[in-house]
Ligand binder design. Structure first.
Ligand SMILES: [Fe+2]
Length: 302
């Protein structure tokens, strides 16, 4: 792996002269690689989230909705332990209370889709390099915000996860959550400023990597691992190496958090992640196939 930065030779015409193009690729010496390996490899001790427990009495549609919206309002994350997983109908009703569920249209995931909007996440594949199958495999998933390449209005606001069966591999394959607030706090003002003018070159509709919304920083970013990230920066004459250094600082902040949380799944555990408050990812599954596969259900809500 080598890092590269270049001022683009594609700068043709006035519009192109107003921007700087470059590309980032993680280098072996980058400071986020070792902490990433520890975090995604289950070697970093992480706290679990505090779950509110709702018994059968309180777990009617109104009770669950009220608990979730209160927690989301407070912390951008809701964690509720129910006696039983919700039925698909109640799960979708819960989603309707939060917004509009995004249909799962990717042909690659259709065998896992139920009622058009519920994605059944089952850890049925061995680790794979095929990105579309990784949610269904025992790979780790690098930290990201959901749909970071989509326009802000098309990104989900909430990711709703419900555990139907935790499987027998619960110390592994944990969902990791890293607060964007903490990441922003660890970045220098100059880095935040650079990132707020930088976006994915291959997804022009996507928002800048960092943006200031309602007085806080929101990131739209996925760790590309060892793949190339082609970026565009909307100001001329910025040193491409300064942008790459900002991306390196962002990745380091993401993988060295003090406030990261790891969800260890239990049957009936419901987690709602505000995609503008948390990066999420998944630690690696066990090396050997579990006897019982994990089964989570997911809704993406706009
Ligand atoms: Fe995701």
């Amino acid at each position: 792996m080598e890092q590269s930065a270049f001022a683009s030779s594609e700068a043709i015409g006035a519009a192109a002269r107003d921007v700087t193009h470059g590309s980032f690729r993680a280098a072996r010496s980058d400071p986020h690689l070792a902490p990433r390996e520890r975090l995604l490899g289950n070697a970093t001790p992480l706290h679990g989230p505090t779950a509110a427990t709702l018994g059968e009495q309180e777990a009617d549609a109104r009770g669950v909705h009220q608990e979730i919206t209160e927690q989301l309002w407070r912390q951008g994350l809701a964690v509720v332990q129910l006696d039983q997983p919700l039925s698909p109908h109640r799960f979708m009703t819960l989603g309707d209370g939060l917004g509009t569920a995004t249909p799962e249209t990717d042909p690659a995931v259709q065998p896992f889709v139920q009622d058009g909007v519920i994605l059944n996440l089952r850890s049925r594949h061995a680790p794979t390099a095929e990105v579309s199958l990784q949610p269904f495999a025992r790979n780790s998933l690098s930290l990201h915000s959901e749909s970071s390449g989509a326009a802000a209005s098309r990104q989900p606001r909430y990711i709703v996860l419900l555990c139907v069966n935790p499987g027998d591999d619960t110390p592994h394959a944990r969902t990791v959550l890293v607060p964007m607030r903490e990441v922003a706090r660890r970045l220098s003002p100059r880095t935040l400023e650079l990132l707020s003018h930088t976006g994915y070159r291959d997804s022009p509709a996507a928002p800048p990597i960092a943006r200031h919304v309602d007085g806080r920083w929101v990131f739209s970013f996925r760790d590309f691992l060892d793949q190339e990230l082609r970026w565009t920066h909307d100001r001329p004459d910025t040193d491409p190496e300064a942008v790459n250094a900002a991306l390196r600082e962002l990745l380091t902040a993401m993988y060295t958090p003090e406030e990261a949380i790891a969800v260890r799944w239990r049957r009936g555990l419901l987690v709602v992640i505000d995609n503008t408050y948390y990066f999420h990812g998944r630690t690696a599954g066990a090396a050997t196939p579990p006897r019982q596969q994990r089964h989570l259900q997911r809704l993406r809500i706009r």
